[in-house]
Ligand binder design. Structure first.
Ligand SMILES: Nc1ncnc2c1ncn2[C@@H]1O[C@H](COP(=O)(O)OP(=O)(O)O)[C@@H](O)[C@H]1O
Ligand SMILES: [Mg+2]
Length: 421
């Protein structure tokens, strides 16, 4: 078997991550067979590139390869495009026409966005896959073809099956060999290398010197969540190569090209298909920030109190300390938690075994009621956030957990705690 390095070099595949290697390894292994392949992965991860590699390494390499985007062909014409039609079978069918399954016989058809394929077309596709048989639209003559199908999707096909939008039998038929192409955020280590490769390519194309990034710019690049994956990174590299006056680009300058890069990998990031867009997302981001700050703060408090207790320290000025969580809430989310100035330093939850040893009775009571209120509002927010994440991902805990930046186990615990689902 040809080794992966050679294949990467030949097809311009950049990356060293195990996930990428595993996906590519599977692609190489199945290329020599006629098996149907289902490539899954987010938009822009390289699904189409993979399909071309599989074809190019197969025995069909000298035959046709055609890529069809099922989501881009109107439902009314897709059957005719794929299987052809007879003259007079519908208005506008002025002559017989061959479809791709006829013209590409011997070769490979890449069916992109397979989830968008209408149900009747799915039935015809299943038949071709099982027996090589199909009929042109408007004809009852059964024709034979020999086409290898590679399908791709960036949505959860099983979910489509559950919703009755995708045939279960076709799903199983297609997923004989599934290949998951990893997203860019699953292989962050590859980002600098990809960017360098693209800037070198564009420098050559536009006859300039390649762009160089300073540390902050590189850091932003590596930590961004890249919803458009390699395609987005490539576009950015091109944009900077063409538009930047300087060849040395700082983090600050990078922000001008792609302001959202500062968001890093926060959950509930802009989803272009969501209608209630901006305002909504901003709140999600603020929620997440707040939770992160709260968690940091609690860690810090536990540390400080641990130190105080263990070393038996006296802290004379404790009464003057402001509870940072409350002031943040005040600044960031005034409507969510009615913020108060709280005397004492115990405003957070999760204080564990640490007791408010330094407070007098009044303050202790005050602090206790605040703590309950504080916990309640935070729990409400957390519950809300989890509900949204679950809804956004159609109840898929794995995806929701990833989006929230917590483990599946923690999510499971929280769901039980809040009696969600
Ligand atoms: N590993 C990779 N190394 C270099 N370029 C890549 C890689 N993966 C994808 N690309 C490039 O990214 C762009 C998007 O790839 P494409 O296959 O169209 O993604 P998808 O079909 O998943 O939306 C293309 O320009 C492709 O050449
Ligand atoms: Mg694509």
């Amino acid at each position: 078997m040809t080794d992966l390095q050679t294949i990467k070099a030949r097809f311009g595949i950049i990356g060293r991550s195990d996930l990428l290697d595993r996906a590519l390894g599977t692609a190489v292994r199945v290329s020599g067979t006629d098996l149907t392949v289902l490539i899954v992965g987010e938009s822009g991860v390289g699904k189409e590139v993979f399909s071309k590699i599989i074809h190019a390494l197969s025995t069909r390499k000298h035959e046709n390869f055609i890529a069809i985007n099922c989501g881009a062909i109107p439902a009314g014409t897709i059957n005719s495009e794929l299987f052809g039609h007879e003259k007079g079978s519908f208005t506008g069918a002025t002559s017989d026409r061959k479809g791709y399954f006829e013209t590409v016989s011997g070769g490979t058809i890449f069916l992109d966005e397979i989830a968008e394929m209408p149900l009747d077309t799915q039935a015809f596709l299943l038949r071709v896959l099982e027996s090589g048989e199909f009929m042109r639209v408007g004809s009852s003559t059964v024709l034979k073809t020999d086409v290898r199908v590679i399908a791709a999707t960036n949505v959860d096909l099983e979910e489509r099956v559950r919703k009755g939008k995708f045939r279960e039998d076709l799903f199983y038929r297609l997923s004989t060999v599934p290949i998951k192409v990893p997203s860019l955020k699953e292989r962050r280590d590859d980002i600098p290398m990809l960017f360098r490769k693209f800037t070198l390519d564009f420098a050559e194309r536009y006859r300039t010197d390649p762009i160089q990034l300073d540390d902050m710019a590189l850091n932003l690049l590596v930590n961004y969540h890249w919803p458009g994956n390699v395609r987005e990174l490539k576009n950015l590299a091109e944009q900077i190569s063409v538009l930047s006056e300087k060849r040395q680009v700082t983090g600050e300058e990078l922000l001008h090209f792609i302001p959202q890069i500062a968001h890093r990998h926060l959950p509930m990031v802009p989803d272009p298909s969501s209608q209630n867009g901006g305002q909504f997302q901003e709140r999600e981001i603020l929620y997440k920030l707040l939770f992160e700050m709260k968690a940091d703060l609690n860690d810090l408090k536990n540390l400080v109190f641990g130190l105080i207790r263990r070393n038996d320290l006296s802290v004379p000025d404790y009464k003057g300390l402001e509870p940072p969580a409350a002031s943040y809430e005040e600044q960031v989310l005034p409507s969510v938690s009615p913020a108060k100035k709280i005397p004492g330093i115990f405003s957070g939850h999760d204080m564990g075994s640490v007791k408010p040893i330094l407070l007098d009775q009044d303050e202790a009571d005050y602090q206790k009621s605040e703590e309950v209120e504080d916990n309640l509002s935070l729990e409400e927010m957390e519950k809300d956030l989890i509900e949204r994440a679950l809804k956004k991902h159609g109840g898929r805990r794995k995806d929701a957990a990833q989006d929230l930046g917590i483990s599946e186990r923690t999510l499971y615990r929280k769901i039980k705690q809040y009696l969600l689902q």
